[in-house]
Design a protein around this ligand. Structure first.
Ligand code: CP
Length: 305
C-alpha cells in the first residue's frame, strides 16, 4: 500500500482491509508507548469543512508514530482568501508534506487532489460521496467488539441520501458477507438508486425500510447517523424531516444482548444520551479506534507493511 491514495472504500479489497485491521491491532499497543517509524515524515491536513474526530485522530496518529504535521488554516486565513486556486494550494501541500489528508464540501475534491499531488492523498470526507477512513474505523470497531465482520444483520439508520459516512459504511460492510442489511430512513432520506444497484449487483441481501422498531430485534449492529443539515439544498426539506427518528434506551429493551450501537459522530438529537449507559453503546470506543486505525493506514501508505 506504500504510496497509495485513499479515495474510496471501494478501492480496497477485503484482504487489504484485513491487513489494515491487523496493523491497527498492533498499533493499539504501539500507541501506548509511542514509536518513531514515521520520524521525519510530515502530513498536511487540509480541512475545508469542520472536523473534530477525523482531523485530530489523523494528527494524533502521526504524532504517536514520531511524525509531524502541518495544518492548512481555515480558508479565510490562508492564501485561498487572496484568490489562490485549490489546485495551487494542493501543489503547495505536495511540496511541503509526504502525505495529504483533505476534506472538502465538494464531491470529487480528494480525487482531484490526488491527480495533482505526487504525495499520497487520503480522503477525509468529500461532499456526500465518501468517507473511506471512517468506514475503516467502523468496520474495525465491529471486528474488535463482535469478533467478526461476516454473517451479521446490520441496520443503518438515518440520512442515507446525503450521509457520506453511512454510504461508505454500507459499501465497506458489503466487502464482507452480511447476513442482511437494513437501510432504515424516512422516505425523503432513502438511499440513492446507485447504492441500491451496487448492493444488488454485489449480491448483498438488503431491504429499505422506514420503521426501525420492526427490524430492531434482528440486528447485531445498529449504525446511527445524523441528518446532514448542511447538505440539504432546500432548508424547508430539512425542516420537514428533522427530528423524524431518535434512538433512546427505551427502544433498545427488546434487542439482542450482543447488539452494538455505532455512530460516526457528531450526534445531534437522533441518539439520546440515555443510550450512553446501556451495554450496547460503542460509539465512543469507535471514535477512539480512529487513532490506531489511522496510525496503521499512515504507516502502510508512508513506509509499507
Ligand atoms: N466522524 C467524523 O467524520 O467526525 P468529524 O466530522 O468530527 O471528523
Amino acid at each position: 500500500m506504500r504510496g497509495r491514495d485513499v479515495i474510496s472504500i471501494l478501492e480496497f479489497t477485503r484482504r487489504e482491509l484485513e491487513t489494515i485491521f491487523e496493523e491497527a491491532d498492533r498499533m493499539l499497543e504501539v500507541a501506548k508507548r509511542g514509536a518513531d517509524v514515521l520520524r521525519g515524515k510530515i502530513m498536511a491536513t487540509a480541512f475545508f469543512e469542520p472536523s473534530t474526530r477525523t482531523k485530530l485522530s489523523f494528527q494524533a496518529a502521526m504524532l504517536r508514530l514520531g511524525g509531524s504535521y502541518v495544518d492548512l488554516p481555515p480558508e479565510h486565513l490562508s492564501s485561498r482568501a487572496k484568490g489562490e486556486s485549490l489546485a495551487d494550494t494542493i501543489r503547495m501541500l505536495d511540496a511541503y508534506a509526504d502525505v495529504i489528508v483533505v476534506r472538502h464540501r465538494a464531491e470529487g475534491v480528494a480525487k482531484f487532489a490526488a491527480e495533482i499531488a505526487d504525495a499520497p492523498v487520503i480522503n477525509g470526507g468529500d461532499g456526500t460521496r465518501g468517507h473511506p477512513t471512517q468506514a475503516m474505523v467502523d468496520l474495525y470497531t465491529i471486528r474488535r467488539e463482535l469478533g467478526r465482520l461476516d454473517k451479521l444483520v446490520v441496520g443503518v439508520l438515518g440520512d442515507l441520501k446525503y450521509g457520506r459516512a453511512a454510504k461508505s459504511f454500507v459499501l465497506g460492510i458489503s466487502k464482507f458477507e452480511p447476513e442482511k442489511l437494513y437501510l432504515i430512513s424516512p422516505q425523503i432520506l432513502r438511499p440513492r438508486e446507485d447504492l441500491l444497484e451496487y448492493l444488488s449487483e454485489a449480491g448483498v441481501e438488503h431491504e429499505v425500510v422506514e420503521d426501525l422498531r420492526s427490524v430492531l430485534p434482528e440486528l447485531d449492529v445498529l449504525y446511527v447517523t445524523r441528518i446532514q443539515r448542511e447538505r440539504f439544498p432546500d432548508p424547508l426539506e430539512y425542516e420537514r424531516v428533522k427530528g423524524s427518528y431518535r434512538v433512546t434506551a427505551d427502544i433498545l429493551a427488546e434487542v439482542k444482548d450482543e447488539l452494538i450501537v455505532l455512530h460516526p459522530l457528531p450526534r445531534v438529537d437522533e441518539l439520546d444520551f440515555s443510550v450512553d449507559s446501556t451495554r450496547h453503546a460503542r460509539y465512543f470506543v469507535q471514535a477512539s479506534y480512529g487513532v490506531p486505525l489511522r496510525m496503521a493506514l499512515l504507516k502502510l501508505v508512508l513506509v509499507g507493511g
